[in-house]
Write a protein that binds this ligand. Structure first.
Ligand code: DX5
Ligand code: ZN
Length: 215
């Protein structure tokens, strides 16, 4: 079963409560946290996750585009995140390991993320210990970019690793997902689709979610 995770990065932040209600038929809500260091953009942080937690029961999938994310695991867990995903490029391996251990202690789901430049094999040291692997199909930092089809073989390679080492692990894809590219990434093995502009840019967000499901 494919899960759809609308990214609120493309929502109207001045009316976030209403924007969340617009996507109530989604499975997860994807929250993009950016620090202006790991990526050039700055988006939102802990207080917004805390506010979202009060207005939705959707699973909060928080994508941390921040340097040394271990520093913020407790704060986002306190704010009500259900899952945190950390970029493998955002710290040295001991720092990534420490971030995953901190999530374990807090009883929240654990994810790792790969920039387009990072090879599929980079997941191998962590794959048995995580609930989700996120493959970026744009350079992280901004919504509305073009889908990078050259990431499809990487998605397929990671799906094979998941089948072999941790079959219950989710494989999420983020960046340029629309009804056409959604079919390609699902074909390659993805089971969670993030979509920002394809959902929030549509007049009817619920219809856009159905289109991403292939309905
Ligand atoms: C980009 C973010 C994405 C972004 C996707 O760094 O991680 O989640 O919101 O936006 P679209 O779906 O418009 O590419
Ligand atoms: Zn994201």
């Amino acid at each position: 079963m494919i899960k759809i995770a609308p990214s609120i990065l493309s929502a109207n932040f001045a009316d976030l409560g209403r924007e969340v209600q617009r996507v109530s038929s989604a499975d997860w809500l994807h929250v993009d946290v950016m620090d202006g260091m790991f990526v050039s953009n700055i988006s939102i942080g802990v207080p917004v996750v805390k506010s979202l937690r009060k207005v939705t029961d959707l699973f909060l999938d928080v994508h941390l585009m921040i340097e040394k994310p271990v520093r913020y695991i407790d704060a986002f867990a306190d704010a009500g995140a259900d899952l945190l995903s950390v970029h493998l490029e955002a710290d040295m391996p001991p720092g990534i390991r420490a971030a995953l251990d901190a999530m374990d202690r807090r009883g929240i789901k654990k994810g790792i993320v790969l920039r387009p430049i990072t090879a599929a094999e980079a997941v191998l040291p962590y794959i048995k210990d995580v609930d989700l692997i996120l493959v970026m199909t744009v350079e992280p930092g901004f919504g509305g970019q073009k889908f990078m089809a050259d990431q499809l073989p990487k998605i397929a390679a990671i799906r094979k690793y998941i089948e072999e080492y941790n079959p219950s692990c989710h494989l999420e894809v983020d960046g340029g997902v629309d009804p056409v590219t959604a079919r390609q990434v699902v074909e390659a093995g993805a089971d969670v689709l993030v979509a920002g502009s394809a959902v929030y840019g549509a007049a009817d967000a619920e219809a856009a979610i159905r289109a991403l499901r292939g309905e």
